[in-house]
Design a protein around this ligand. Structure first.
Ligand code: HEM
Length: 349
């Protein structure tokens, strides 16, 4: 199995997420950046001993075909987006994801800046989110987030089995799929809810983070909706690396959802259940207080992929017509190339 990118490493206190699009004609520069990334990370990380700087890089479906010829990751496709009766999960543009993580923000920022410099003129950063660790690994709803993640640092650990591609796709073992979504919380509405009711929304107690008894756990609680059991009794799992983010000035309080999985199908089943409902619930109640404003799916190659990138595609498929490249349904980039979601307030749902 190829050595994975640092997906299985424990969560760090700081993270910086960049989602970028590549302009038509910018493919060669994007390839140069991908090839340079391991060296960039080493150079910046070495100057900051103890920072534990890491970068997990993902490549979107349309970008893959523009950047590489040869075999394709079997399950790489565009994020479908979900339109539930009440809540929506938009699919938004993104060719490259950089999930930069470290013990401190300066290390993350330095690498983010180097990436931005190299993409200048050939790409746009369509979303940038600075995530931080909050008290006791809580999200901004005040609940501990990450408890039931599968554990272990090795490919054959529970976390590795959930997150890493195995023998099923031999060209890409050690790779992963990641879905990222930026959620904004309606904190005034959440705070107006008594703690006991909040616990029924999540399905765990707030202070101690204990799972509610089956009898007390509503079918539309977040954890009931996301416990996906196969007919043979096995549970489908993903590895989450969510980070809180926010802006006091903008009144934005959010969770950057990051779900790594060996197959994107598992995360998609969870999202279908959250947004479209289950046999017992119309939707996940966490969505009454959380609005998804982005959503993109990326393939995360194993680490050695960057040391020896596959050859580019044949020339006639390398550049898509202007305006078509990597654009998916979702908000159109604004004139400055951003999604214009930096100040997006919770839309009514
Ligand atoms: C569990 C928060 C979005 C999948 C949890 C827990 C919290 C939480 C507090 C309970 C503790 C834990 O086990 O981690 C949030 C927030 C979200 C969010 C604030 C954004 C609004 C999502 C999404 C998915 C997801 C989009 C899947 C696509 C899960 C899973 C569990 C979980 C699989 C564990 C269920 C179990 O086995 O008990 N989440 N989550 N979450 N969440 Fe989320």
């Amino acid at each position: 199995m190829g050595q994975p990118q640092p997906i299985l490493e424990p969560l760090t206190p700081a993270a910086h997420f960049l989602v970028a699009t590549i302009e038509p004609g910018g493919e060669a520069v994007a390839r140069d950046l991908l090839a340079e990334l391991p060296g960039l990370r080493r150079a910046i990380g070495f100057r900051l001993p103890g920072a534990g700087l890491g970068c997990i890089t993902g490549i979107g479906s349309a970008a893959w075909d523009r950047l590489f010829g040869g075999p394709r990751p079997a399950e790489l496709h565009e994020f479908p987006g979900y339109d539930g009766p009440l809540h929506h999960a938009p699919a938004t543009p993104g060719d490259l994801l950089f999930h930069i993580r470290a013990q401190a923000h300066d290390a993350c920022f330095e690498l983010a800046m180097a990436i931005g410099d190299r993409l200048a003129g050939v790409g746009a950063i369509v979303d940038e989110t600075v995530g931080f660790r909050y008290f006791e690994q809580r999200d901004l709803l005040g609940f501990v987030d990450g408890t039931e993640n599968p554990e272990g640092a090795f490919p054959d650990s529970a976390a590795g089995v959930a997150a890493l591609i195995g023998a099923g796709d031999p060209d890409f073992t050690g790779g992963s799929y990641v879905i990222v979504q930026k959620y904004l919380h309606d904190l005034p509405a959440w705070r107006a809810l008594p703690v006991q009711e909040q616990e029924r929304v999540i399905g765990r107690t707030k202070l101690e983070d204990f799972e509610l008894d089956e009898a007390d756990k509503p079918a539309d609680s977040h954890i009931a909706v996301n416990q996906v059991i196969e007919p043979d009794g096995t549970e489908r799992e993903i590895l989450r690396a969510n980070m809180p983010f926010g802006s006091i000035r903008e009144g934005e309080f959010g969770t950057y959802f990051v779900g790594y999985s060996a197959t994107p199908r598992t995360t998609e089943i969870m999202l279908e259940r959250m947004f479209l409902g289950t046999d017992e619930a119309t939707h996940d109640r966490i969505l009454d207080f959380s609005t998804a404003v982005t959503g993109t799916l990326f393939f995360v190659p194993p680490q050695d992929f960057f040391d020896d990138l596959p050859a580019p595609p044949a020339a006639d498929t390398a550049v898509e017509p202007a305006g078509k490249a990597a654009v998916q349904p979702g908000p159109a980039p604004s004139a400055d190339g951003s999604l214009g979601i930096g100040t997006l307030k919770r839309s009514s749902t």
